[in-house]
Design a protein around this ligand. Structure first.
Ligand code: FAD
Length: 383
């Protein structure tokens, strides 16, 4: 570890990446009194992409920041979650007493988070290229030729994290062998089936993970209360992926062929989709090292996971709450705070990474409290 100077609550924190984890960490740290600036490579938020499920453990972090109401307003609090058999539609599992489970468009969620930042602290078009650690500060270099200084830096720059690469050396994430088809569209386009606009349904193929040839799932939920937008995201095997990390557009026929024999409700959704994209799913093994000197990692930069549990952003949000608590407890010794944060996070994030890739979450009647009952704002922290 490099040397650490002494700091106080006026610690200047640079957060690299204004995605879901970086924005949440920045709001939490600003509320705790730190001097935080966010540097994001994108120029603006486009309303493209995906839906996000915010389960009870995730909503608890957002509620502690006073953001639960605007997020419920931007999304849909769902009243029912069902696992169903792929062809017959038989209900396999429906968790009881589902509380505080919100689904929302990723861009609408990000807008709520970014609006909660102090004015003038979000800097777009700032792609981090270099990071130079000095004895008591860190100097950041951006692709546009500008630079910034901070006392500590948080790498919340996603699965292809530049901060991670600088700290730990280059190592590409691994293609998992699975792809996801995604689409967002008006439910009025669906012919012959009623679409419930307050429910999430996951259709599971019978052999699931034990036989990759047959492993498929199809998850659908609404995205906003103001519109009749619905969303589907799927998981299916595909041996190779040669297209980089970006999604590609695909024809409905490809998706229909992949889901041949599924329940007519699933096929009606595929037929209704005006545009479908295919996304590669990348993963990494748990990292042994989460920080070095003045820099620490958070969210997908640190522990990206398969999306089968809908908890990737949830883990980034919990990271944000716990890193804030560790820095509040030890504002004059960030390296201690970073190690305390790692110690208090690694078991839970590694377990969720594993359960996610095992693809067993809600696949059959099971206990959910271990995942959903966690409260990052009040859980006991080990020093
Ligand atoms: C198909 C799919 C479905 C998912 N569904 C769910 C779900 O339902 N619920 C859930 O909790 N999670 C879900 N996830 C996971 C979730 O999207 C991620 O875990 C979450 O977005 C991680 O947040 P993050 O802030 O770490 O990274 P990101 O959200 O990826 O943000 C990283 C940010 O860093 C910026 N950036 C990157 N490099 C640089 C740089 N050099 N300089 C400056 N900025 C940079 C990027 O532009 C981006 O804005 C899903 C993922 C996938 C693929």
């Amino acid at each position: 570890m490099k040397g650490m100077g002494q700091f106080n609550m006026s610690l200047r924190i640079a957060v690299i990446g204004g995605g879901l984890g970086g924005a949440t960490a920045s709001v939490a740290l600003q509320r705790a009194g730190f001097d935080v600036h966010v540097y994001e490579q994108a120029s603006d938020i486009q309303r493209v992409g995906a839906g996000i499920q915010l389960q009870a453990n995730t909503m608890r972090v957002l509620a502690a920041l006073g953001l639960d109401t605007p997020i419920r307003d931007a999304g849909v609090p769902i009243s029912r979650w069902q696992s169903r058999v792929w062809d017959t539609g038989k209900i396999i599992f429906e968790p009881e007493g589902l509380s505080d489970w919100v689904v929302v468009h990723r861009a609408d969620l990000l807008n709520v988070l970014l609006r909660a930042l102090k004015p003038g602290t979000f800097h777009s078009r700032k792609r981090l290229e270099g990071l130079d650690q000095k004895s008591d500060s860190v100097s950041l270099k951006f692709a546009d030729g500008t630079s910034a200084d901070a006392d500590i830096v948080i790498g919340a720059d996603g699965i292809n994290s530049r901060v991670r690469e600088i700290l730990l050396g280059p190592e590409s994430p691994q293609y998992s062998g699975y792809i996801a088809y995604l689409s967002i569209f008006s439910s009025s386009l669906v012919r012959g089936h009623h679409v419930a606009l307050d429910q999430s349904t996951k259709w599971w193929s019978d052999k699931r993970h034990w036989d990759p040839e047959h492993t498929r799932y199809f998850l659908t939920y609404p995205l906003s209360q103001d519109s009749d937008e619905i969303y589907f995201v799927t998981g299916a095997p595909q041996a190779d992926w040669n297209g980089g990390t970006h999604p590609v557009n695909v024809a409905n026929d490809e998706v229909r062929a992949c889901y041949a024999g599924f329940h007519p409700e699933v096929l009606a959704l595929i037929d209704a989709a005006p545009a479908i994209t295919k996304w590669p799913v990348f993963v990494r093994k748990p990292l042994p090292v989460w920080s070095d000197g003045h820099a620490v990692l958070l969210g997908d930069a640190c522990h990206p996971m398969s999306p089968y549990m809908g908890q990737g952003a949830g883990m980034a949000f919990e990271d944000a709450a716990i890193l804030t608590r560790c820095l509040q407890a030890h504002p004059t010794d960030p390296s201690f705070a970073f190690e305390m944060y790692r110690k208090n996070r690694i078991d839970r994030t590694s377990l969720i990474q594993k359960v996610s890739s095992d693809h067993t979450w809600l696949a059959y009647p099971q206990e959910t409290e271990w995942a959903l009952g966690f409260d990052a704002g009040v859980c006991e922290l080990r020093e």
